[in-house]
Design a protein. Structure first.
Ligand code: S3P
Length: 171
């Protein structure tokens, strides 16, 4: 959907560590909307941690649960800011569903910031082992994955408050 305040949903997409969680919290506060995190919603619905879903069924299984969850979130009636997992954009069906129902905002950050933010987080299965090397590999594989968004915000040098303001101005 093309901005100008016409949708009652704002979806944040972006690579791991680009600030989706923090920005979604602030944005929801400023708009007086509810805030939903798709990964938390996946964990709530499945009763399992993201890392357990990956361990038990592999990435494809996790992506299936993610797709089902995203589709449910996109049809909620209430206004909501929805933070998604970094790979939620990989399936075309998800991209279409998001664009059809929400103002989709991609957060961008440079590699060094991402590596500093994600550290060695054990809750992110795709980064286990050499986190920095995995970030580099995935960033490369996903070079254009977030380009479908209606708005892209380069967060370099911006505070989370600044990022929120940029989104609200363009929405
Ligand atoms: C993933 C990102 C994670 C989570 C899962 C897979 C990805 O979410 O959905 O570990 O493929 O980029 P965050 O972007 O919130 O870390």
């Amino acid at each position: 959907a093309a901005g100008t305040g016409t949708t009652n949903k704002i979806v944040l997409v972006g690579f791991m560590g680009t600030g989706k969680s923090t920005v979604s919290r602030l944005l929801a506060e400023r708009l007086g909307w509810q805030r939903i995190d798709s990964d938390e919603e996946i964990e709530r619905r499945s009763g399992k941690k993201i890392s357990e879903l990956f361990a038990e069924g592999g990435e494809d299984y996790f992506r299936d649960v993610e797709t089902t969850t995203l589709q449910a979130l996109m049809t909620l009636e209430q206004p909501a800011v929805i933070a998604t997992g970094g790979g939620a954009v990989l399936r075309e069906t998800n991209r279409t569903c998001m664009l059809d129902n929400a103002f989709v905002v991609a957060l961008k950050a440079d590699e060094a910031h991402i590596i500093a933010r994600v550290g060695n987080d054990p809750s992110r299965p795709l980064l286990q082992g050499d986190a920095a090397a995995n970030v580099r590999r995935l960033l490369d594989a996903r070079r254009t994955a977030y380009d479908f968004a209606t708005l892209s915000v380069d967060t370099t040098g911006l505070s989370p408050e600044d990022v929120c303001s940029a989104i609200i101005e363009q929405w």
